[in-house]
Write a protein that binds this ligand. Structure first.
Ligand SMILES: Cc1ncc(COP(=O)(O)O)c(C=O)c1O
Length: 488
């Protein structure tokens, strides 16, 4: 962990310290992109009106957006300086400009930004049931048949939102799902939260990108695997079923009038670099990831299980179109220790930061800046840590925390929050089982809400959260100690 001392400039000091770390985590910045030297002297605003306006999509911004659409296979593209989080708010606003009280179908692994945006804007959401793999702590994307079942239950829906690829790297069968949805009703939009897939477009060894698979809209965090600076992302769409005017209107309402032109420049620079060298860049990432997995397979005793091993993969093959092989998700099923333990030891003893640790897993993101020597060092660290770990006879894996969650809330979430002020009360977590939640609790990362306001709290929800808390995971909620929860 980075130690924060009492200093005048805690962020500045911490950032200087971060240089010594090996980073298997976002942002995956590509150093070869064209850079603007002195960001302090070149920072500028919309007052330089001759450059055009980001909010109004004019001038240099319009030009950069157009070029990006061409490179990423879209009809239109807009840049985001508030990650995919901001893009999800724009998409949701666009839906409310188009429909009165719209309804969306969402996968259970959806990021909290979609659910929050839906609540803010009064968009009703219904869940598509998801399968869960407790070993890799991974929600599995739905099969097309499961999407169709949910559509049959909620035929009045206006859009379906898939989170694909998942945090663990599983890509949904987007093109099959598009066929099923459009066959059901062409006007229902297929939106893909492709936060983790901004590099997919540039490789045949990765799953198809959402735009290639025929989705209507894709939102990407280009800072995750796409090479640009932290905070940056893109919204791409096809115009056939998306009204561009409404999208621009939603964007104008939401976008900051003072965007960092340097963040936007980083998106522009990455677009140009990927246009020229995208395939080679992604191939390099895959080579490093292959090298890592190969070394792990050879050196680790007892072997750590790796998610994209063919044996592990058989379980999910009907649900997915492929796997993001630049990720390495390791399960510690044969060890007593948790992924939290391993992630923490890697950071503290070896100055290695992983993308995510969980109860049984550690997720490594192969980044553009990692070197083969960083990979060697990481494998040596893992071998050394695993020597001090204990073999588990039979490790208890926490089952699906979402198992008994209904597809539909008992009370619409925005109403639950409002009425909680009059009829809500504080409860212990155990006493809250069976009651309706009036707040929302998640484990971060991955930022997928486990308890959601308006939904009934289940035993599985509570068991999972308490275990994560006990083992050192980070809880994001009003009371992160998990002593209390607000219920109706
Ligand atoms: C599936 C998914 N969507 C959206 C986001 C938010 O992306 P950003 O951090 O770019 O706002 C994340 C963040 O991890 C995510 O995992």
């Amino acid at each position: 962990m980075i130690t924060l001392f009492m200093v005048d400039t805690p962020i500045v000091d911490a950032l200087k310290d971060v240089r010594g770390y090996i980073k298997w985590c976002t942002p995956s910045v590509l150093h070869e992109q064209v850079k603007i030297g002195d960001v302090y002297r070149t920072d500028i605003s919309v007052s330089a009106h001759f450059l055009g306006s980001y909010v109004d999509n004019t001038g240099i911004f319009r030009e950069a957006h157009k070029k990006a659409a061409k490179v990423y296979g879209a009809d239109r593209t807009l840049f985001s300086v508030n990650g995919t989080t901001g893009s999800n708010f724009i998409i949701m606003r666009m839906l409310t400009l188009e429909h009165d009280a719209p309804q969306i179908l969402v996968t259970r692994n959806i990021h909290h930004s979609i659910l929050h945006a839906a609540e803010w804007l009064g968009v009703r959401f219904r869940f598509i049931k998801s399968t869960y793999d407790p070993q890799f702590e991974s929600l599995i994307p739905p099969k097309p048949e499961e999407v169709l079942d949910t559509l049959n239950s909620y035929p009045e829906s206006n859009a379906i939102i898939l989170s694909s690829p998942t945090y663990a790297g599983l890509a949904a069968r987007v093109s099959d799902i598009v066929k099923v949805v459009k066959n059901f009703d062409k006007e229902i939009k297929v939106i893909v939260d492709e936060a983790w897939g901004s590099h997919f477009h540039f490789s045949d060894r990765l799953p198809e990108s959402a735009m290639q698979a025929g989705a209507d809209i894709s939102v990407q965090s280009t800072h995750k695997q796409g090479g640009s600076l932290q905070q940056t992302g893109m919204i791409h769409w096809k115009e056939k079923y998306v009204n561009s005017e409404l999208m621009y209107e939603a964007f104008r309402e939401y976008a900051t009038t003072s965007p960092s032109y340097h963040l936007l420049a980083s998106l522009d620079a990455i677009r140009a670099y990927m246009e020229a060298h995208g395939h080679e860049v992604v191939e390099k990432l895959i080579k490093k990831a292959d090298y890592f997995k190969d070394l792990l397979g050879k050196k680790l005793i007892p072997p750590m299980k790796i998610m994209d091993d063919s044996l592990q993969f058989d379980l999910v093959k009907d649900y997915i179109s492929g796997y993001d092989v630049t990720k390495t998700n390791i399960a510690l099923t044969k060890f007593s220790e948790t992924g939290f333990h391993m992630g923490e030891t890697l950071a503290r003893k070896h100055k290695i930061i992983v993308e995510k640790s969980g109860l049984n897993t550690v997720l490594f993101l192969t980044t553009h800046s990692l070197t083969f020597s960083d990979v060697d060092k990481t494998v040596r660290a893992l071998v050394s840590i695993s020597k001090d770990m204990h073999r588990a006879q039979k490790k208890e894996l926490i089952p699906n925390p979402f198992k008994h969650l209904e597809t539909k809330p008992v009370i619409e979430p925005h109403t639950a929050r409002r009425v909680a002020q009059t009829i809500g009360r504080i409860s212990t977590l155990h006493e809250a089982i069976g009651k309706i939640a009036a707040e929302h609790v998640e484990v971060y990362p991955p930022g997928i809400p486990v308890i959601l306001e308006g939904f009934r709290i289940t035993e599985e929800n509570v068991r999972y959260l308490l275990k994560v808390k006990e083992m050192g995971g980070h809880i994001s909620s009003r009371d992160p100690s998990l002593k209390t929860i607000y219920v109706l």
